[in-house]
Design a protein around this ligand. Sequence first.
Ligand code: GDP
Ligand code: ZN
Length: 458
Amino acid sequence: MDFDTITAISTPLGEGAIAIVRLSGDDAIAIADKMFRGKSLATVETHTIHYGKIVAPDTDEMIEEVMVSVMRAPKTFTREDVVEINCHGGLASVNRLLEMALGYGARLAEPGEFTKRAFLNGRIDLSQAEAVMDLIRAKTDKAMHVAVRQLDGKLSQLITKLRQQLIETVAHVEVNIDYPEYDDVEEMTQQLLRTRIKEVSEEIDKLLAMARQGKILREGIKTAIIGRPNVGKSSLLNALVQENKAIVTDIPGTTRDVIEEYVNVRGVPLRLIDTAGIRETEDIVERIGVERSRQALKEADLILLVLNNNEPLTDEDRQLFEVVKDLETIVLINKTDLSGLLDHEEVSTLAGHHHIVTGSLIEDAGVDQLEEAIAETFFKGSIEADDLSYVSNVRHIQLLKQAQTALSEASQAIDDGMPLDLIQIDVTRSWELLGEIIGDTMQDSLIDQLFSQFCLGK
Ligand code: GDP
Ligand code: ZN
């Protein structure tokens, strides 16, 4: 394909010891060569890196010492000639390099345009492109791992296999429609349809089951810490934040004033919601009352309910148990260093199937067990299995659900004794919907919209 040469700063602005200005396109090497004093980049081997200087166009004044990577098409990320100029950062000098590249004829890349080119040049499919985006946003090692696997094309392979099964089925039906005189063939076709639809449908079910865990990995487990005043909510928050240093703060879309805090508990990304409220010893329940907090808490993936070992249960505690009855909850009985006035038996009854952990936050006891319980709750076996790629992209999930619906409509149609060509329409629709996941039946405008979500320079 024929594209102009694009450029962007492809490392986060401002911080970081090294910054990279990336160029991609037919003129990438020529443009870099004009900026560079060192070896002639036009003649160097592909996939080599070269030390040299960047000099100002008119004065030949040295601007930066750099390392320049030259990668010729087609074995590059975009399948075009790619040059990456590594410099020592500093916003001013990186911007200067970018301006020079633009001055020599490159165009500023749109957000996601490098990845879009990789897609348009056939190097990656759409789910892989989205995985790149997720990589950029990955919040924990596990989420990173999932994104990397998706980038590997695992999801694409699976989807392709399912589509293959569906299209073969459709082909079978086609034959049958063409030769309707054989009655027993029709019987067989119906039987085959039923089996195939069930098989594909079960695979989609599995993928959707993964989706919940995928979502958790990606977005963090929305966690609410609740409890009466003074039981130790703030202490718990602080303990979680202090013990888990890998706090992720550079999440695109979150700003400093968003009252959320991310902590990484044994690979489980917790997103502590309404932490500002807790900091002011005024949590959701205290502030808006039990009835409304019930609504608010429904959105949480995990609730940490804190009790005070040093006080008898109150009606407010009992109400809180009522609120969290059907929600994923871990109970922490805090202040075990103080004399026990709490009726642990009643707590046990009220807690039902919820985990109960005891501890003393002031003595740093019980936090390990609490973290253990959290990890256990969210990584029950399957998530750590290495052999599956997870679906955790909202667009993919929607398409999978729609494909699933089309298949159940097909099943229903078979049961209702509908003609084969009608059933075939549903199966074909399911095939198309799955195709949209890997970008096979995607309209251009949607592609543009998807890629515009990327960070600049990727
Ligand atoms: P919150 O109102 O639920 O957020 O409770 P805080 O975390 O602010 O704690 C209230 C008070 O209890 C503070 O004075 C804490 O130092 C104290 N506290 C917290 N955890 C413990 C504990 O395990 N043992 C004792 N003795 N005091 C604690
Ligand atoms: Zn507090």
